[in-house]
Ligand binder design. Structure first.
Ligand code: DO4
Ligand code: MG
Length: 275
């Protein structure tokens, strides 16, 4: 089942039909005892909605801040080592890739998350910006993974590569985090064959495309979530991006007007333009 947050309220979609979810705010849904059961009840009992098409999809966020994991794919480890080699930061990334403790960092306050069809930004003081397509977990207040969405961890590689201590500036700025279009609510973990694709359109052409699968993700999503909840409380739940396994070639940098399409099997496609 796919859960959408829209201008007309939440909808659940299954089998091509959408159903309005009434009587619950987004935060109440995220913190409900059994979100999957609640939505299954709506699909069972409600009439299909006719107004879903006319509603506008919003970011799937009310009070949920977004955190991120890094260097969880071998491809990301190699790219980070290459971009920071002149700064002497290369070995940090190798070590964190191999370590038991994952790299986790704060990515975005709830209020700044961009939704499907919204505009993401590149920093004005950056010259080498890229999207990072990432499976993103929705975790409830008890630390349980209750859903999955597509995320874009927009990053400034030149700033991060200059000095690893600049990571928060490379990663956390207005328009740097997009999530959507929906949350796939599933009680089972996603299959490792789940593919993540990105396509970047420029002037009507595909400038870059890439693919990975969850088989390349080095860490279990549940383990990433457990580290985040070790010494943090999230009364409204939170999102956790699980890292990127797709890095464009070093010659590629995003430009104003590019359109980024991130597709994750069974979830859908998140589309954002660089604005
Ligand atoms: O250490 C830098 C962050 C890397 C990252 O965001 C990723 O691997 O996705
Ligand atoms: Mg990332």
């Amino acid at each position: 089942m796919r859960l959408y947050r829209t201008t007309l309220g939440p909808y659940v979609e299954q089998g091509g039909l959408a159903y309005r979810v009434t009587g619950h705010s987004w935060d109440e849904l995220v913190t409900s005892e059994d979100l999957h059961g609640l939505l299954a009840g709506v699909v069972d009992q409600a009439e299909p909605a006719k107004d879903f098409e006319s509603s506008q999809i919003l970011a799937p966020v009310e009070s949920q801040d977004v955190w991120a994991a890094g260097v969880t794919y071998y491809r990301s480890r190699s790219a980070r080592m290459e971009e920071s080699k002149d700064a002497g930061g290369g070995s940090f990334y190798d070590r964190v890739y191999a370590a038991e403790r994952p790299e986790l960092f704060f990515k975005s306050p709830a209020r700044d998350v961009v939704g499907h069809l919204g505009a993401v930004r590149i920093r004005r003081d950056a010259s080498w910006s890229v999207p990072e397509p990432e499976l993103t977990l929705l975790i409830n207040h008890q630390g349980r993974i209750i859903g999955y969405t597509a995320g874009n961890d927009m990053s400034s590689r030149d700033i991060e590569g200059e000095n690893p201590l600049y990571l928060p500036q490379a990663k956390v700025y207005e328009g740097s985090c997009a999530l959507g279009p929906c949350v796939l609510v599933d009680t089972a973990p996603l299959s490792t064959s789940t593919a993540i694709h990105v396509k970047i359109h420029r002037d009507g052409l595909v400038e870059f495309s890439g693919t990975t699968t969850l088989a390349e993700l080095k860490r279990e999503p549940a383990v990433l979530a457990s580290y985040l909840f070790r010494e943090n409380k999230f009364p409204a739940g939170c999102f956790l991006m699980t890292g990127t396994g797709i890095v464009p070639p070093d010659s590629f940098a995003l430009r104003f007007g590019d359109e980024i399409h991130i597709t994750i099997d069974t979830i859908g496609t998140l589309v954002n333009r660089v604005g």
